[in-house]
Design a protein around this ligand. Structure first.
Ligand SMILES: Cc1cc2nc3c(=O)[nH]c(=O)nc-3n(C[C@H](O)[C@H](O)[C@H](O)COP(=O)(O)OP(=O)(O)OC[C@H]3O[C@@H](n4cnc5c(N)ncnc54)[C@H](O)[C@@H]3O)c2cc1C
Length: 386
């Protein structure tokens, strides 16, 4: 049961929590080692989660979704964090919370039928193509160019760090449609990955998040039809900035959930590990560290839920979302780092899972906008950003 049952979660949310937890514990967690070693979890997981309705919880019923609110996705990410491998929830969140929300928001009915409906069923895997080798934090500087040609666009360029990129069926792509218009000259597209000229050049090797695949992708004279344009031409930057709000908020919810589990593991260990004739948790130096972390978890959790509630009410709380992302990302890594410290040499061994949490959590301070970029956004909302 959540600690916030009445304020943010209904009985339906708690029933959903129970079924996602059962699924995660029975069908995902037992395979964590195997999928970490394989550096990818099987595509069938998308299919199975689609069958269970977990990939469309917040999407309208007319597209095969569950018609739920934003908190259904929060329940999903919180419970998936129990699967013992961070890459899997990340890949699923790319599918449900990053690559497909722009289709519902900006797509026409044909695009919703061709991409959103199969993504909700788990029949199509989605990826999101924003980052480029020369344009990471500086999204407005991206240079992948979709040149207008008769009947469509000819795309040339390069994307990097693309989650689900080696196996996706389609990409929600951000590209430049006007060379000299800065952030105003960008547009969104839906691209089938089997389009000639869509080239997955390599699968990238990462520090953590091993169960998810990450790709570098090239577009070589790739022709896409006019119908691939998602939303209005020239609105791509604004639309992707909108998308990033949801991505950051759901990422923050996942980070807090992961931090809670990691801290629970450390507490358990500190109660059992005996040095100098007593459990190490009896040392105030350790107990107080745990108390500090718990206090931070409580505070960030409350902020994430409150911000999610505002977002669900249709508000656009940019500053609060960046605060959630910044604080939750730092929290999840700090908890993993302190947990490793509490576990001493055992924490540094591959046979204990805290090393995985430590490696996986490090990404949250980088992906979806770095700590520094979140601070910059907060400054901007306060009137003194760059
Ligand atoms: C495992 C993984 C999965 C990812 N998945 C995806 C995906 O599916 N799709 C996608 O499009 N992208 C994805 N990304 C990309 C991710 O969003 C970027 O890595 C991130 O936005 C940062 O960009 P960068 O790596 O180019 O760093 P840079 O922008 O080069 O930043 C380098 C450093 O400089 C700092 N910096 C930059 N500008 C400023 C400034 N103005 N002020 C202060 N400091 C600054 C940054 O904070 C950072 O510390 C993924 C990345 C990883 C590692």
């Amino acid at each position: 049961m959540s600690e916030y049952p009445k304020l943010f979660f209904t009985e339906e949310h708690e029933m959903l929590r129970q079924s996602v937890r059962e699924f995660t514990e029975k069908e995902l967690a037992p395979h964590a080692e195997e999928w970490e070693e394989a550096r990818v979890f099987p595509n069938e997981v998308f299919k199975r989660m689609g069958e269970l309705g977990f990939l469309g919880l917040h999407y309208p019923e007319e597209y095969g979704g569950g018609g739920g609110d934003y908190f259904t996705n929060i329940v999903l990410v919180e419970e998936l964090s129990r699967c013992r491998t961070g890459g899997l929830p990340m890949a699923i969140m790319v599918q449900v919370g990053m690559a497909t929300p722009p289709i519902l928001a900006f797509g026409n009915d044909e695009q919703k039928q061709n991409y959103l409906v199969p993504a909700i069923k788990g029949e199509k895997i989605a990826c999101l193509g924003i980052t480029e080798p020369e344009a990471g934090s500086d999204v407005a500087n991206l240079s992948t160019y979709a040149e207008k040609v008769p009947g469509g666009y000819k795309v040339n360029g390069n994307k990097i760090f693309i989650t689900n990129g080696t196996r996706a069926d389609f990409m929600t792509l951000v590209a430049r449609t006007e060379k000299r218009k800065g952030y105003k000259g960008m547009s969104l597209f839906l691209v089938d990955t089997n389009t000639p000229g869509f080239v997955v050049s390599r699968k990238l090797d990462k520090v953590g998040m091993w169960s998810s695949d990450t790709a570098e992708i090239f577009f070589e004279d790739m022709f896409i039809p006019d119908s691939a344009l998602l939303g209005e031409e020239g609105r791509g930057f604004y639309n992707i900035m909108w998308e990033l709000q949801g991505e950051r908020l759901i990422g923050a919810a996942g980070s807090v959930a992961g931090a809670k589990l990691t801290l629970e593991g450390a507490i358990q260990y500190a109660k059992e590990r005996v040095q100098f004739g007593r459990p190490i948790i009896k040392n105030q130096a350790i107990a107080h560290r745990i108390a500090d972390l718990q206090a931070r978890i409580d505070a960030v959790q409350a902020l994430v839920y409150l911000t999610a509630w505002k977002y669900d009410q249709g508000e656009y709380p940019v500053r609060e979302i960046s605060s959630c992302k910044l604080l939750a990302a730092q929290l999840s890594f700090d908890v993993a780092d302190e947990a490793m410290q509490i576990m001493g040499g055992y924490g540094y061994m591959m046979e204990y899972e805290v090393q995985r949490a430590w490696r996986d959590a490090r990404l949250s301070r980088i992906g979806g906008g770095t700590d520094e970029i979140q601070r910059e956004i907060i400054c901007t909302t306060m009137g003194f950003g760059l």
